[in-house]
Design a protein around this ligand. Sequence first.
Ligand SMILES: C[S@@+](CC[C@H](N)C(=O)[O-])C[C@H]1O[C@@H](n2cnc3c(N)ncnc32)[C@H](O)[C@@H]1O
Ligand code: SF4
Ligand code: SF4
Length: 361
Amino acid sequence: MHGHAPKIFFLELTLTALCDLNCLSCEARGKPDYIESEEVSDEDWIEAVRDAVDMSVKRIHILGAGEALIIRDLVYEIVEIIGQNHIYGSLQTSGTLFTEKLVRKMVETGFDSVYISLDAPDPETNDYLRGKAGTFDRIIQNIKAFNLWKNKIRSGFPELYFTPVLTSKNYDKLDRMVLLAKKLHVKTIRAQPLLVDPSNPLGRELMLTRDQMGQLQDSIQSLVDLADREGIENNFRQLVPEIVEESCALGDVIKKDMKKKHKHGLLEVPCFEPWIFLGIDSTGTIKTCPNEPGKGNPYNIKTDELKSVWQNERYENIRKTFLDGRIMPYCQNCCGIKILEITEIKEKIIAGYNEDMGRGE
Ligand SMILES: C[S@@+](CC[C@H](N)C(=O)[O-])C[C@H]1O[C@@H](n2cnc3c(N)ncnc32)[C@H](O)[C@@H]1O
Ligand code: SF4
Ligand code: SF4
């Protein structure tokens, strides 16, 4: 452990752009960003993770611009380091490529959360959306393997989540997702607003029509009631039209929040990402937000240490921008998923503030 290393909270590792599926909604469909020579070596990934451990990282989130479990030996090694250092570990995955060995390691090391991209509660809809037959069955099999090992060693971890992308094909199936979650001991359903990539006509077809949006809004209360009865945590109440409809150009939602007057000055900071987040994309670029474009950012784990980048002028200037109550140009394209996270952080600050002060925000 280095004495004066700066501390970081959240490290996100986007391990590869390669993928096993062909999801209709996804930019990775057809693997447009996968260039083998640009991917990061396992050695560089492990060095970055060890750097982050030196910086007392609290949480490591693993995912892919494609599917992280394509390089599951590397994931296995990172899971081991996370376990040895008592770091909160989370993984976002298509859920199709687990091995028994990895499942067992995740359970034995007390890995915290596995977010599984199941889009629908039946094989027909799910496999249509995920672009590959057999996907639903493989996911269910893998969830059962987690439950088996969790039972064997009497552990509640990892906690399992369903993270369906909300589309015109599944907006009316969330009730059955709740029942499936209950049956498979999945703790939470966190629906993700659809981001529409203008170059992907398939993605556009998946957008909810005005009518479907109305039906979804009408069903939210009964969905929340059902989930409460079944004990399934969820984010259904957050699926409001403002977030779901414009889910890839939400700078205006942030600007609207910036105009509000808050009793707690901290809440006037538009977003906390540059203080919390350090992300590495599949080519090794080190970012302050996953939405930040890689182009023009010269910092890369192939050549730079995380510690120096976290404290460099570029990071500091971005933080200053937010402290001054402004946002970065790329924030105009902030996405629904991030807005939901910012809202959650602000709600927690308000709750903590109210508890301390014994009064309302
Ligand atoms: C790009 S994937 C990468 C991780 C992994 N391959 C997976 O599918 O979970 C990350 C998440 O984005 C979701 N996703 C894909 N296309 C999306 C879109 N157009 N809008 C919102 N989320 C999307 C996926 O379902 C997944 O939950
Ligand atoms: S599995 Fe994940 S990365 Fe691959 S196409 Fe589907 S959503 Fe995209
Ligand atoms: S794009 Fe969104 S999440 Fe990223 S820094 Fe801007 S406001 Fe924050």
